[in-house]
Design a protein around this ligand. Structure first.
Ligand code: CP
Length: 307
């Protein structure tokens, strides 16, 4: 008998709307049990390897705490403290690690690097952020939306800022789950539809003025002006992005009751005004916490399937 195909989670488009419906429901159950101090150790004796080639706070803590709560254990590697930093090929690293653990989470640079790893891994691989995508974050963001407001289908999300991995992933999610994204980026920092991996331009609209992108939006979201790996562009970006700061005027242009999200870390006074991120429409702390709950559901699903 053939072994079942391994399922990886490398970008948002890897799962269907039905799979997301299951994951959101499962994450809600897992979160409820966590809040009630009820044991949920479905991954007892399983091991997660986490490979970080870029810095992290939320991703590391949410995966590590989540895996321990599921009854499993974690191995933490960085480029600097592993042979990856001494040019061992990613394919060889994948072949070796997959013989010792049950699941791998990687935060790295180019998407092609995690795809190479996954192609040589005999265990599921999860994208913990690449230059192109951040699917676990959008999984948490949409779960947070659902908790607060119900289904995201038919809603409008305003993306204000860099056409980066978060923007790409919101756009992929809009195709899978049926909502619209208003995108406003400075000139030169636009979303590239081919990099975002979109099937069509139907689910998003581009606005030159960030205020126009926010008009009528149900959710306004942004990210830092300079993502990890682009620090050399810091000064040029600071000038180019000056008007792409989500402020109270933008939030007033959105629908009454619109939410504000930010994947964090945030720079108050740059991409978001303190009054917005620390204001009543902001759900950033729920978003951060929900990383752990949705990723527990994700790890369980990749290893055990639907329960
Ligand atoms: N949002 C996010 O991925 O946070 P970290 O960079 O701290 O992991």
């Amino acid at each position: 008998m053939n072994a079942p195909a391994i399922k990886h989670y490398l970008q948002f488009a890897d799962f269907t709307a039905d799979e997301y419906a299951y994951l959101f429901e499962r994450a809600a159950l897992i979160k409820r049990k966590f809040k009630n101090y009820e044991k949920h150790d479905t991954l007892a004796d399983r091991t997660l390897a986490m490979i970080f080639e870029k810095a992290s706070t939320r991703t590391r803590v949410s995966f590590e705490a989540g895996m321990y709560q599921l009854g499993g254990s974690v191995v933490h590697l960085t480029t600097g403290d592993s042979q990856l930093g001494r040019s061992e090929p990613i394919e060889d690293t994948a072949r070796v690690i997959g013989r010792m653990v049950d699941l791998v989470m990687i935060r790295t640079f180019e998407q092609v690097r995690i795809e190479s790893f996954a192609a040589h891994s005999r265990v599921p691989v999860i994208n913990g952020l690449t230059n192109e995508f951040h699917p676990c974050q959008i999984l948490a963001d949409i779960f947070t939306w659902i908790e607060q407001r119900g289904s995201i289908a038919g809603k409008t999300v305003a993306w204000v800022g860099d056409g980066n991995n978060m923007a790409n992933t919101w756009l992929q999610a809009s195709e899978v789950l049926g909502f619209t994204v208003h995108v406003s980026t400075p000139s030169g920092y636009e979303v590239d539809q081919s990099v975002a991996g979109l099937r069509s331009p139907r689910s998003y609209k581009v606005f030159a003025d960030p205020l126009d992108a926010c008009r009528g939006a149900d959710l306004v979201t942004t990210d830092v002006w300079t993502s990890m790996g682009y620090e050399a562009e810091n000064e040029a970006r600071r000038q180019a992005f000056a008007r792409w700061c989500v402020d109270e005027t933008m939030m007033r242009a959105a629908r009454p009751g619109a939410l504000f999200m930010h994947c964090l870390p945030a720079h108050r006074g740059e991409e978001v005004a303190a009054q917005v991120i620390d204001g009543p429409q902001s759900v950033v702390w729920d978003e951060a916490e929900n990383r752990m709950h949705v990723q527990k559901a994700l790890m369980e699903y990749l290893l055990l399937g639907q329960q």
